[in-house]
Design a protein around this ligand. Structure first.
Ligand code: GLN
Length: 282
């Protein structure tokens, strides 16, 4: 059992208690996210629209449009091809917009700006391979999950780092404000983490020897490693996560409508079809 797995086992045991504490007093719960968050949060995300109050009609920032915030440097979920944002999230969002009877508009921004944009209602949804966490659920709602992901460790092919335990005392590159950033900072300490705007910049820093490893989501990791010589993904997962769509807490009607659309897309195989298009089975 790695050190990180041990930590996970311990925090999982406390997850229920923390969830209760969070209900009782929002301010008393810790500001720090930990790996257990995604486990319990994922369950909670599915419940977000099933409150006693009627959800009401979806509200839109711009009438007739579903405005989606993303960070289009996260292949295969969202990235540019010929000046157009494509990827799993972009295609799933387009099908959701279709079902809602509105047009999809995608706004590209820094990953760290997405939740704020959703919260203030500047955009309707945040869809960016975004992991459900307890901390994020304090400020926004999440729809049901539409994908699972794993945080992985990328190193140079000849690296002496072979597991999460070996990261201690090393410098790790992450994409700012992502769960990789949060976990690395929690586990290794502020001084051992270098933050980059884009995952690819963190990977470039690894390739040029500025950092010793990168912690990032598995699918972008595969794509970044394929594009850079001499790197590999370690065969140990750092954390398991659920991706979902962020919606304002003031827009329960939209969360509910998206959940309905998502369940139809899961049921009729459309979601799987999009995933297979971008992530061909190995
Ligand atoms: N899944 C990670 C997170 O939610 C990274 C997402 C991203 O970089 N687009 O923090």
């Amino acid at each position: 059992m790695t050190k990180f797995k041990k930590i996970l086992a311990v925090v999982l045991a406390g997850a229920m208690l923390m969830a209760f504490a969070a209900c009782g007093d929002k301010n008393s719960s810790s500001e720090t996210e930990s790996k257990n968050d995604t486990q319990s949060a994922a369950t909670e995300a599915g419940d977000s629209a099933t409150t006693d109050e009627p959800a009401g009609e979806p509200k839109y920032a711009t009438a007739g449009k579903l405005t989606m915030a993303t960070n289009a440097s996260f292949p295969p979920y969202e990235y540019y091809e010929n000046e157009q944002i494509i990827g799993i999230d972009a295609e799933v969002a387009a099908l959701i917009a279709d079902k809602l009877g509105v047009e999809l508009e995608i706004k590209d921004m820094e990953f760290g700006s997405i939740i704020g944009a959703v919260q203030t209602g500047a955009v309707d949804i945040g869809m960016a391979g975004m992991t459900v966490t307890e901390d994020r659920l304090k400020t926004i709602d999440f729809t049901d999950s539409y994908a699972t992901a794993v945080q992985v460790i990328i190193v140079k092919e000849d690296s002496e780092i072979a597991s999460a335990d070996d990261l201690e005392g090393k410098t790790v590159g992450v994409q700012e404000n992502t769960t990789g950033d949060i976990y690395a900072t929690d586990d290794l300490g502020e001084g051992n983490v270098k933050r980059y705007n884009k995952g690819n910049d963190a990977v470039a820093a690894l390739a040029s020897g500025v950092v010793d490893a990168v912690i990032i989501d598995n699918e972008p990791a595969k794509s970044f490693v394929a594009a850079n010589d001499g790197l590999k993904i370690l065969d140990t997962s750092y954390a398991d996560e659920q991706y979902a769509i962020a919606v304002s807490k003031d827009n329960k009607g939209l969360t509910e409508a998206i959940n309905k659309a998502l369940s139809e897309l899961k049921e009729d195989g459309s979601l799987d079809k999009i995933v297979e298009k971008y992530i061909p089975a190995e």
